[in-house]
Every structure is written in structure tokens, then in C-alpha cells.
Design a protein around this ligand. Structure first.
Ligand SMILES: [Zn+2]
Length: 185
């Protein structure tokens, strides 16, 4: 086995424990951690610049990682939230407007995806609850529930009076359409 002496800690170590320089990996990572600590602003700027330049890739990577580590991520997030409750609340309070703006920006930018997702969710829900939904629909039709009438009305400014009138109208039409209904002379 080949050995090398670390120029930092002076220990003689197997060559695999060295990177490209004369400092062992342990000392090197210590040095990097120390440097990061002392240059927090620089690191932050750099990583946000890196993130801006690699947004797509980083987003994909993070989504992939999250979907592969769902439980772990959930736990980490919950822990973080629990530990930083006040900080998070303050952040939201201080950045209310900006958050609101970025949220609506997000909705606008992801309109299609959101639409698709909600359709998917609906389809899944529908498939799972087919019988229940069919039964409900039937009962809505038979009982002329408010939601059924509102759906039939298809207009703005729906008032309770309007619902009542529409219900009466539907009832009358049904009555006329029943086979045993005798027309007045
Ligand atoms: Zn060393």
C-alpha cells in the first residue's frame, strides 16, 4: 500500500485517503467546512447563482430525490418546521406580499400542470367511488337538491328564490312528462 504524509495534520495515511492535493480528505473536508462557515455570504451567493443557472436540472433532481425518499423527506421537513416554528412564522409575516405574489406566479406558470393534476385526481376519485357517485347523482336528480338545481341553472347571481322557482319548474315539467298525467281539457 502506498502512503502519503498529510501536509496539514502530518499523519502518514494510505494514498486513497488523499484527494488531488497533499492534504488528507479528513483535513480537507474540515477545511471546507471551516471555509464555508467563514464565508457564508459568498457560499450563499454562489449557490443561489448556481441554482439560478441550473434551475431545471436541480428541480428535477430534487423532485426525483423527494419522490424516492418520501417518508424521509416528510420527517426532515416536519422536524425542521417543529424546530423553527417562530422563525418560519416570522419569515411568512415579513414576506407576506412577496409570498402571495410568488404563489400566484406559480399558479399562472403551472396552470396546465395543475389542471392536469386535478383532472387526474378527479379521475382517480371517480374510479374509486363510481357507485357512490352514481347513487348520489341519482338521488340528486330524484330529490332535486340545491346543488342539482344550481347546476341546471347555469347562471350567475343565483338566489334562493331562483332555486325555488327552478325546482317548481322542473317538478311541473316532470309532472307533464309522466305517462299517467291527464291533460286538462
Ligand atoms: Zn490530514
Amino acid at each position: 500500500m502506498e502512503y502519503k504524509v498529510c501536509s496539514k495534520c502530518g499523519e502518514s495515511k494510505p494514498i486513497e485517503l488523499f484527494g488531488r492535493c497533499n492534504v488528507c480528505k479528513k483535513c480537507h473536508s474540515k477545511y471546507v467546512a471551516e471555509w464555508n462557515k467563514n464565508n457564508r455570504d459568498k457560499v450563499r451567493k454562489h449557490s443561489s447563482k448556481y441554482y439560478a443557472n441550473n434551475r431545471e436540472r436541480e428541480n428535477e433532481r430534487s423532485i426525483l430525490y423527494q419522490s424516492n425518499n418520501k417518508d424521509k423527506c416528510k420527517e426532515v421537513q416536519a422536524n425542521y418546521r417543529a424546530r423553527n416554528k417562530d422563525k418560519i412564522a416570522k419569515y411568512y409575516e415579513d414576506n407576506k406580499e412577496e409570498i402571495k405574489k410568488s404563489k400566484s406566479r406559480w399558479y399562472i406558470n403551472n396552470k396546465e400542470r395543475i389542471k392536469e393534476k386535478s383532472k387526474e385526481n378527479f379521475d382517480r376519485y371517480y374510479a374509486r367511488n363510481k357507485d357512490k357517485i352514481a347513487k348520489n347523482r341519482k338521488s340528486n336528480v330524484i330529490n332535486l337538491t340545491d346543488s342539482y338545481i344550481i347546476n341546471k341553472l347555469r347562471c350567475k347571481n343565483i338566489t334562493p328564490e331562483l332555486i325555488k322557482l327552478k325546482r317548481e319548474q322542473i317538478n311541473l315539467i316532470r309532472l307533464i312528462k309522466t305517462p299517467n298525467y291527464e291533460k286538462c281539457n
